[in-house]
Design a protein. Sequence first.
Length: 318
Amino acid sequence: MVEIVFSTIACLKIKAVYAKIKSVRYRNKFINDKNITEGKMLVNLNDVLKDAQREHYGVGLFNTIDTDMLEAAISAAEELRSPIIIGTAEVLLPYGELSLIAPSVIAAAKRASVPVVVHYDHGLTFERCMEALKLGFTSIMFDGSAGDPAENTAATREVVKIAHAFGATVEGEIGHVGEAASGDNAVSDRYTTPEEAENFIAATGVDALAVAIGTAHGAYKSKPKLDIGRLREIRARVGTPLVLHGGSGLSDDDFRNTIREGIAKVNIFTDLCVAGAGAMAESTAAGLSYLEARSARVAAIKKAVMTKIELFGSAGKA
């Protein structure tokens, strides 16, 4: 009888120990999974652009003004195992207020299975840049390129100091990337010179630099003529990752050539809008419901993002 009691107690102790071991293993697995999917994949520009520059591929910035575009971009990157940069721009805030879209973007980045930079694009005011940092953006672009070069340099330098204290990276711009609607991208005296790029980086400490070589924001009225030779000269003078704005509407060869000559980050937005609008128009014509149309829109934007990821060469780099 005593032996049975001791045997029963021993079994219970063994079960308790086993249960504890399982609990610890589960807890550790949960912690590891949480580290992977909640925060570890939220990174800044330095975490993705240095590799891109070294291995000669580009990482796309896809501005996402709502959760439809956000879902499309993240799922595209995860499917292709690519690092990705997502965010919004100051000129886009009327279509998706920063304080509303930021929590969704940052939460999606933390849950992602690939590295995600949350970037505030074309910050035009100090106040909005600071708001983005406080909301948790890991990268910002301060854009004073349309104003006085000396003022642009001084303001960018101050933003860099503050952003770096947050652990965030900063993209700056010297020269001026124009607007396709006005055609000012063809004005070559607004292009970035190698000397300007070198001096601006030294004076500001930016982590990435947007250069003007003939691209423009928005839909092009005519085929842009990119100054690849100028890009090559800038790359030879500076070690900081370079950024191409106004990517929507460029040819595949334009992207390949600019990435080959030193571009590490490519901005895309208009192409996503075109894809989404096309899907909505087709859905309406087909008599689909609102939710069906929404799913078609997400799928179309995702396809557009995947096309660019593959073209930029970042697929499989996560």
